[in-house]
Design a protein around this ligand. Sequence first.
Ligand code: MN
Length: 408
Amino acid sequence: MQNQLSRRIARRIEDQVRQTIISAHKRSGVVLFSDTTLRDGEQMPGATLDPHEKLRIAKALERAGVHSLDAGFPASSEADIAAIRLMIGQVTGPVLTALCRTLRSDVDAADHALDGNPVHKRGVSLFCGTSPLHREHKLNKSRVEILEIIESTVSYAAERFRIVAFSPEDASRTEPDFLCECYRTAIDAGATTIGFPDTVGLLTPEKTRDFIRRIQDHVPNIDRALLAVHFHNDLGLAVANTLAGIAEGANVVQCTVNGIGERAGNASLEEVVMALTMHQDQYRRHHRIDTTTLFPLCQLVAELTGIAIPRMKPIGGANVFATEAGIHQDGLLKNPDTYLPFRPEAVGAGEIQLVLGRHSGRRAVAHRLQCLAIPFNDERLAVIVEHLKQLPKGTVVTDDLLRTLVSH
Ligand code: MN
C-alpha cells in the first residue's frame, strides 16, 4: 500500500519533470537538431561504420552542438550495441536515443544498451507502420490493432525512459485522421516526442506545411509533446520540406551529415543549419549548432563512411569555395561577398580557391604569381593568360604547372 502510493507520487513528479522540459523547449522556439547519421545514414548501402568510427563521428556531432543522437538499433545488431556502449560516458552532451520497433523486447534491448547513461540523456525512438500499405501488406493489422500496439509499447517504454519518441512509419501516406489518432494515443501513453517521417520522400513543401498544420490543430494533446520531422530526399526536397516543417512550428529536425541515407538520402544537417542561419528574419527560430564545425564534420563523415561528397554539394563540396571564371575571380579578389552567399570561415572551410584554367583572367593569374613570389610584368602576364586559354579542356593549372609555363 505504502509502496504503491510512493510509486504513484514518483510517477506524478516524473510526469511534471517531463512536462516542464517539453514546455520550456516549445516556448524557447529553438530548433533542436536530432542527428541520425549513425543510424539512418549508416543504413545506406556501403556506409558501414565500426563502433570506434561511430564514436569519432558522435564526438564531432557533440562539438557541433546537436541536441540528440540516434545512436543505433540495439535489437537489430550487436555492432550497434557495442557503439552505444562506447559512447556512454564519452559523449555526454547530446541525448543518446536507440531505435525500437513497437516490441517490448526492443525496448528492453535499448534499456540494456543505454544502461549507465543518465536518465535525462537516454531515450528510445519507437516506430510502427501506420499507412494502409504498411498495415495491410507489411503488418496485417487493423487500425484498432495498431492503436493498441502503440498504447501498450509506448507506455511500456515510458516506464523505463524519460525520453520516448514515437513515429508512425510512412506518416506521409497515412490517412490524416488516423495519423492524428495515432499521435493522440502515443502522447496519452507517455510519448514525449512525436515524429513525422516522410519515409519514402514524396512530399512537397506545400503538402508538408498542410500535414504539420493539421497535426498541430487536430492532435488535442500536442502541447504535451515535441514534434519532430524526418524527411527523405527522393525528390530532392528533403531540406525544403524540413524548413517547411520548421515554418509550421516543428520543434525537432532529424537530419544526417552530407544527407547520407537510404535511397536518395535524408535531409542534410549542414544545409538545414545554414538555411536557418541565413534566414533568421524569415524563420525567427534559433538553433544551437556551431556553424564553424560544419565543413570539417562533413569531411570526417565522408572519410569514415567512404561515401564521397559530390563536388557541387552545398556546404561541404569541393567546388563550393572554388571558382575558375575570370569575372568571378576578379570580384572575389575585390570583395569575397560579391560571389558568395557566406564566407568559408562561416562553416569552417579553408580559403577561397581561385582555380586557374582556361576561364581565368589576368587578375587571378597576377594574384597567384604574387602569392608564389614569381616576378612578372604586364607583357609577360598577357602571354601567360593567352597560354592558359590554349590549354586542353578541363586542365586545372596547379602551382607547379604555372611555374613551368612561366619558365618557358
Ligand atoms: Mn528514415
